[in-house]
Every structure is written in C-alpha cells, then in structure tokens.
Design a protein around this ligand. Structure first.
Ligand code: ASP
Ligand code: MG
Length: 422
C-alpha cells in the first residue's frame, strides 16, 4: 500500500460532469489500496476571470487582496470534489491552505512554500479519508492568504507530496505524457516513459509547457517521483500504478531501469526569443559589462551570447538573445546607453527560434552538436547563434524554419517512432 498525491488541472475540474469523472479516477486509486491526497486547480478560465475583477476594481491592486480573490477559485473546486466523492460513497474532506496550513513567505501573487504541517492530514488519510487540497494557495505567518503564481497548483502538489512522503505525485493533464517533441510538429514523436528532472527542467524552460518549472525544481530538490498522465481516460484505462504516463525521476533511478537510453531525450522549439546585434563594440575590458549590466538591472533575461573575434580596428560585434516580450525595452535601454557602450548600430530580429536538443546521454558522448550542425546544414538551415550546457545544445535559426528543423533533428538522432511502436 502506498501514499499517492493526485493533481488535477483546470480543464479536468471545469463543471460538475468533469468533477464526477475526476472523483471516479480518485476513487479507483484509493480502491487500489492507497492513501490518497488530491490537489486541484480552479475551473479552467476561472483564475483569469478573477484576475479581471481585481483589475477592474483597482488597476493598482494590492497583491494581498488580489490573493484573497484569486485563491477562491481553488476553494470552490476543492469543496465540490469533496462533495462529489462523498456522493460516490467515499470519505473525503477539503483542507484549505490556511487549515493545514501550507506556510509561505509574504511575496503575494508569487509566494514560495516554506513548510507544510502534515500531521492532521496524515491522520485523516490513515483513517481512510480522501484529502482534497486546493492548489495555488497558502498562508503567511501573519495569517494572510497567498498564491504561488500562475500554474502554481503543480508546485502545491509536489510540495504536499514531499511533506507527506508520497510514493508518487501523479499530475493529471490534457496530454498523456511528455513527448520527444511536439507531436503537432512531428507525427512520429514518441511518448517518453522516463525523463530526468534535469532534462524536464531544460525542456520546460525551452518551451514545452507541461508543468510549472518551479514544480520540477522542487521535485528534484525533494526527490519526489512525478508522473505526468492524461485525465481523459475511460474506466477501463490502465491504472496510474501501471505508469501509463511519463515518469520524471532522478538520474540514478533511471540508470537502474533504462539501460538502453537514447542519446537525446527531447527536442524543444521556442519562438519567444529575439535577437539583438550590436555592431562595432570597442574590444576592450568592460565593454561587455556596460551592455549587460543595464539589461540585468532592468530584469531582462539574456540567454545566448556571442562575441566575435575582434577585428583589427579593436572593434567587435556582440550578438545575444532576449525574450521577445522584452525586445523593445532592451532596444530602448541600449540606445540610451549608446555613447557609454560605444557601439555603431543596433540590429534586432524578432523572427528567430531557438531549437534545443536535450539529453543526459550527451554528458558521456561526443558528437551531439556535430550531428545537429550537419543535419541542419544539409537542409540549408542557417545557424545564427549557438549555446550549450552539459545536457543541452541550442541553436538560433530563422523562425520560418522551426518545424523543418525540429523534424530534421528528430530523424537525425533516430528518435522517430518505429512503425510497430507507433
Ligand atoms: N488556478 C491557477 C492558475 O490558473 C493555478 C493553477 O491552475 O495551477 O494559474
Ligand atoms: Mg497548469
């Protein structure tokens, strides 16, 4: 017998009919002999609606009162799920963030979870009661309600799983797992059985939005085993215990199970980057600092950076990327610093995409980048910038070539689903 945390997103909680489906999945999980805690999101669209009310009430809203308003969406669904479970004959009760409590800091609208008191929860679960916990919310030391930032219910679920020492944290979503790449781009994308925390973090941060990134870092830190699986399942679907979804686990756990690892686990595409080139920047100590200092001060996240070899005139071009949403701000800031930095021209391009190949296998294998560059070159795709980490190689290309590049790489690394497996 195990202890399982189940998390359901807004789509699964949108309306009585769907909540009944969720209640059935929960009941089945408990009937399999487990202690069960469920973490729920607000109904789809509800948090947006509540945020809208706050803006209408006061455009300069106080984040502490904003939290009081937006936390209510999850209060509704947690109560409704408890009621629905009771209607199915299960013992169930809701535990609001302040009741457990889930302690957070006081950074309203983006609070971080500190400690979760789990004694009462554990006692109730041991007595056969299903615990229903609203995601996204917590409480400060001064008893003020907080929320964790959009998408925060994933993080709530992982935090609860860590606090109660759950055997698994199952995240039920609209997709049935994590894929090698976006199946809408590559029909032969494969669902992964396993992915490591590190890989998931890289894949999440480069554009595959299955889980809130913070929930993955927390799971990694606390060693919580997370499964991503579909909430749209029939009564005769494989039970969650059979791991129909994708397990996110540590490197060590993976080594034990999956000897025949592929070199590359996933390919992600991110069209939200923009490229900035500063021409003829003086090639002397401190020049680069005068560029990136002001950007950092303005909280603009710079990702890829290339500084060319200096030309004989003691000048060089510097190329880098920023989030597309920050491009205008970055450009304005840099123009204002033109004298101080001493560049000649600023050239920007919002029509770029960052393509990343991710895999822990590349730690111990050479040639991953070479394969990437060759495969792209063979299709005439020009690489504008490159960056690497221990488990990732990213290139910047023309946005129009995104889909082609992803397909070409998926094949180049031999990741396409074979017919019998598809
Ligand atoms: N309801 C919150 C949101 O929409 C939290 C969540 O669903 O994860 O962001
Ligand atoms: Mg979500």
């Amino acid at each position: 017998m195990g202890r399982i945390v189940m998390k359901f997103g807004g789509t699964s909680m949108a309306g009585s009919e769907r909540i009944r489906r969720v209640a059935n999945i929960v009941r089945r999980q408990q009937a399999a002999g487990h202690e069960v805690a469920v973490v729920v999101s607000a109904m789809a669209g509800e948090t947006d609606r509540l945020v809208g009310f706050c803006r209408e009430a006061n455009p300069l809203y106080d984040p502490a009162e904003y939290d009081v308003v937006v936390a209510s969406g999850e209060q509704v669904t947690s109560g409704l799920l408890a009621l629905t479970l009771q209607a199915l004959g299960c013992k169930a009760r809701s535990w609001l963030g302040w009741q457990l409590p889930i302690h957070t800091d006081d950074a309203h609208a983006k609070a971080r979870i500190g400690e979760i008191d789990s004694n009462a929860l554990l006692a109730s679960m041991a007595a056969g009661e299903i615990a229903v916990i609203p995601g996204f919310q917590g409480v400060t030391d001064d008893n003020r309600i907080t929320t964790l930032g959009r998408g925060g219910s994933d993080t709530s679920a992982v935090a609860v799983a860590a606090a109660i020492g759950a055997d698994r944290c199952d995240i039920y979503t609209d997709v049935d797992g994590v894929y090698t790449t976006d199946p809408r781009i590559v029909a032969k994308a494969r669902k992964l059985k396993y992915v490591t925390y590190e890989e998931m973090l890289e894949l999440a941060s480069v554009g595959s939005k299955v889980l809130q990134t913070r929930s993955v870092s927390l799971a990694m830190k606390e060693g919580v085993r997370v499964q991503v699986l579909s909430s749209f399942i029939d009564d005769d679907a494989a039970p969650a215990d059979a791991i129909p979804g994708t397990m996110i686990v540590s490197d060590e756990e993976l080594e034990g199970i999956d000897m025949e690892r592929q070199l590359i686990t996933g390919i992600a595409a991110d069209k939200n980057e923009a490229k900035v080139i500063l021409t003829r920047v003086p090639d002397r100590p401190g020049a680069v600092a005068t560029i990136f200092g002001p950007l950092a001060a303005a909280n603009i996240n710079v990702d890829m950076i290339i500084q060319n070899v200096g030309r004989d005139k003691g000048e060089t071009d510097v190329t880098f990327t920023v989030p597309g949403a920050d491009l205008l701000r970055a450009q304005t800031l840099l123009e204002a610093q033109k004298e101080a930095i001493g560049f000649n021209r600023i050239i920007t391009d919002g029509k770029v995409a960052k393509i990343s190949v991710v895999g822990v296998g590349m730690k111990s294998h050479a040639g991953v980048a070479a394969t990437m560059f060759r495969a792209l070159a063979d299709r005439g795709i020009n690489i504008q910038a490159i960056s690497t980490s221990e488990i990732k190689v990213s290139v910047l290309i023309d946005e129009d070539e995104t889909e082609l590049a992803v397909r070409v790489l998926h094949t180049a690394y031999d990741m396409d689903a074979k017919d019998e497996a598809a």
